[in-house]
Design a protein around this ligand. Structure first.
Ligand code: ZN
Ligand code: ZN
Length: 258
């Protein structure tokens, strides 16, 4: 058997799961694969060699400290309803759709809230990078992560009684969704924007022009922006865009959201 055939075997899958290697491997694929895709037709010039080491350190901080702590705090405050059997017996695709719609709707409003003056400080760190590429969106403070998790945990009830791989698929999807939104690609995907957020759509959200401060808040479905008046049509935005918060805040304050 060739090595690449072994990659598709049950043994390989079990080995990855048993050794907690799924997400490290996924990260390696993201690092090589997504960066390669960005190099084909980038939207803007990014000095990867300058930013990737720093962002990787932020990624480790996020992965091993921020995300677990936020999850621990959520254990105490998150609401996780017990849904009746009639809902749990609905076909899986229907429940997965309900999960994404409900979680994303909640995410939209929490994002909206974080762009209001009293709570902006806990989200500011996400908007610090002055460049956009797949790993630039990894910054989330503990309070941000705690409240963003809430609608996802709530909606996760729809996935009760799902096959074992569901939590894995959702975790991978979340990582890739964040990469996707921030990716440095010049593709337009206009047709796709009727349904979901694309890189250029989310880049406008990171723009440092005052008229874009609360533009395109959606994380997955663009319908929320259209419904609630935060939609900015990427076709009507002139390039070049520039990013960042335009102020110097010490890193510990940014990372803690204080
Ligand atoms: Zn934001
Ligand atoms: Zn972002």
């Amino acid at each position: 058997m060739e090595w690449f055939e072994w990659v598709f075997t049950r043994e390989f899958r079990q080995y990855l799961l048993a050794h907690d290697l799924v997400f490290p491997l996924l990260f390696l694929i993201r690092l090589l694969g997504v960066t390669a895709i960005e190099l084909i037709r980038p939207a803007r010039k990014v000095e990867y060699s300058r930013v990737i080491v720093y962002d990787f350190a932020v990624f480790l901080l996020y992965q091993f400290i921020i995300f677990p702590i936020a999850g621990y705090i959520d254990l105490w405050i998150a609401v996780r309803p017990n849904l009746p059997d009639v809902v749990l017996n609905l076909p899986l695709p229907l429940r997965v759709t309900a999960y994404f719609v409900i979680a994303d709707f909640g995410h939209y409003w929490i994002h909206w809230l974080m762009h209001t003056a009293p709570v902006w400080r806990i989200h500011k760190w996400h908007h610090v990078p002055t460049y956009m590429y797949w790993l630039a969106g990894v910054r989330a403070t503990i309070p941000q992560q705690v409240i963003v998790n809430l609608p996802y945990i709530f909606a996760y009830s729809f996935l009760d009684l799902s096959p074992w791989w569901m939590y894995l698929a959702i975790g991978m999807f979340n990582a890739l969704q964040n990469d996707w939104m921030h990716m440095n690609v010049a593709w337009r995907f206009k047709w796709l924007e009727w349904l979901i957020v694309t890189p250029r759509y989310h880049h406008i959200h990171h723009s440092n022009r005052p008229e874009h401060y609360t533009a395109n808040l959606a994380a997955l479905f663009t319908v929320w922006d259209r419904l609630f008046g935060t939609y900015v049509d990427p076709d009507k935005v002139s390039e070049p865009l520039s990013f960042g918060i335009g102020e110097k805040v010490p890193l510990p304050r940014l990372a803690l959201g204080v």
